[in-house]
Design a protein around this ligand. Structure first.
Ligand code: ACO
Length: 428
């Protein structure tokens, strides 16, 4: 049987043979289906990209029905157990795990790019005392494009890689500065002898003259969370990164846009929303009442549901295990009992079963962050730091893809037909 689709246009009686490649037809092949010479041709209408592949990508593979997530072919479970965030970032960016010398070179380079220009620091000091850390993060990353004007040479692979090193190295510094700013505490400069996540914790929590050694279990837990958040194929923020990057904007501007997309409560803001929800529920005894409200359509169960996963999010399983390790150090987060009860009831309720709603990555991550002393307002920033690797890998792939052009969807115009301008005095 040929790999084609036969379409009969009942408006004209004509038939068309359209190739199917990788289970996909090209929307542009529909353009030939016309009713007449002045017809633009058939388009595919797909608001929110529910069934449209915008790219070919070799980075992240998700099977939402089976609950599978792989980076460059490696199962997320194996990476979370054996790898480090920096190694995973290398994998995402280069396509393969580094050998020993490549890893050493990569880690050294990242540790040497952690410091930000003093003017970046001054710029951050200009934010209001209560500025949201994510707003500071987004604006500061955008401002970095003015510090590295060479970054606009996006077609130069060497230049691209230089910006990638800078962005991955400086993201934790900007994130920690934004936290220290809203705490009214002096910013801590990076500690390059520490690993990526340990350095981040030190920049967050070190007080002036106390030597600060991050707890190894907590630093590792954060590293695992960073691995889990490093990429997730064509999600809302990655799509923003690719769309902005497709105009050949520099990567700082594009990454700031991606981070802005991540900020929303339906995306990276969900873990903050989960904690607010758990606090509002307040006690295990209130869980059944809350679930009734969700079923009645009055509320959303935050941290549940996913556009792609129609099974347990594999990242949520790993996070649940990591939570136990963290709570063994920090003490149990009392909100955990409410979360477990919510999950238990929801997984057995027809409303959730029918809609295939399972816990997603954000259902438990906020509880871990809170136990580690990380305030809610920094949660989206904690998502943005590791996702920088995924955004940049996707951006780089997009620029090297000869099929990609400036992203420009079409529309179905639903407004007025042509009409004459009415002078102000004659309008109703
Ligand atoms: N609580 C209650 N009902 C839900 C939830 C939820 N969390 N999520 C989806 N539903 C319901 C919808 O109301 C809809 O019901 P209906 O068919 O009766 O109208 C059905 O399930 C399908 O939901 P959609 O909104 O069509 O699913 P979509 O793929 O558009 O949305 C999303 C996915 C945005 C993640 C959604 O599930 C949601 O809002 N979840 C809560 C927020 C959240 O946790 N976001 C984090 C996602 S993970 C991430 O970004 C890292």
């Amino acid at each position: 049987m040929p790999d084609t689709l036969t379409i009969q246009d009942n408006r004209t009686g004509k038939t068309y043979e359209i190739p199917i490649v990788d289970g996909t037809i090209r929307s542009t092949d529909l353009k030939q289906i016309k009713t007449g010479a002045d017809d633009f041709g058939l388009m595919a209408y797909d608001p929110a990209f529910l069934n449209t592949a915008s790219t070919r990508s070799a980075i992240t593979d998700i099977d939402g029905d089976k609950g599978i997530l792989r980076y460059r072919g490696y199962p997320i479970e194996q990476l979370a157990e054996h790898s480090t965030y920096l190694e995973v970032a290398y994998l995402l960016l280069h396509g393969d795990l580094p050998n020993e010398s490549q890893l050493q070179e990569w880690e050294t380079s990242i540790s040497q790019h952690t410091v930000v220009h003093e003017n970046v620091k001054q710029l951050m000091e200009g934010f209001r005392y209560d500025a949201h850390p994510m707003g500071m993060f987004i604006s500061t990353v955008a401002a970095m494009s003015t510090f590295y004007p060479d970054a606009k040479n996006v077609r130069d692979p060497e230049c691209r890689m230089k910006q990638i090193h800078r962005l991955i190295a400086k993201a934790p510094t900007i994130a920690a500065f934004s936290y220290r700013h809203c705490q009214g505490r002096p910013y801590n400069y990076p500690h390059n002898r520490l690993g990526y996540t340990a350095n981040f914790l030190a920049m967050m929590f070190k007080m002036t003259d106390n030597p600060y050694e991050p707890h190894q279990v907590l630093a590792r837990a954060l590293d695992i969370l960073f691995i889990l958040h490093a990429d997730h194929e064509q999600n809302c923020s990655t799509n923003a990164m690719r769309a902005i990057g497709s105009s050949e904007a520099d990567p700082y501007s594009a990454l700031a846009g991606a981070a802005a997309a991540l900020y929303g409560p339906l995306h990276g803001g969900a873990n903050e929303a989960v904690l607010n929800m758990l606090q509002e529920i307040g006690h295990v005894k209130n869980v059944p009442g809350f679930i009734e409200e969700v079923k009645a359509g009055k509320r959303k169960l935050m941290g549940f549901g996913h556009r792609i996963y129609k099974n347990y999010d594999p990242r949520a399983k790993i996070i649940k295990r990591t939570a136990d390790e963290v709570f063994a150090v920090t003490g149990r987060n009392p909100l955990l009992d409410i979360a477990i009860e919510l999950e238990k009831i929801a997984l057995n309720e027809e409303y959730f079963v029918k809609r295939k709603l399972y816990p997603n990555v954000d259902f438990y991550s906020g509880l871990i962050y809170e136990a580690m002393g990380l305030p809610m307002s920094i949660f989206p920033v904690l998502f943005a730091i590791p996702r920088a690797a995924g955004w940049l890998a996707q951006w780089s792939e997009m620029l090297q893809d000869s099929e990609q052009k400036i992203a420009r969807p079409r529309q179905i115009y639903t407004g007025s037909d042509v009409r004459d301008y009415v002078p102000l005095g004659k309008r109703k």
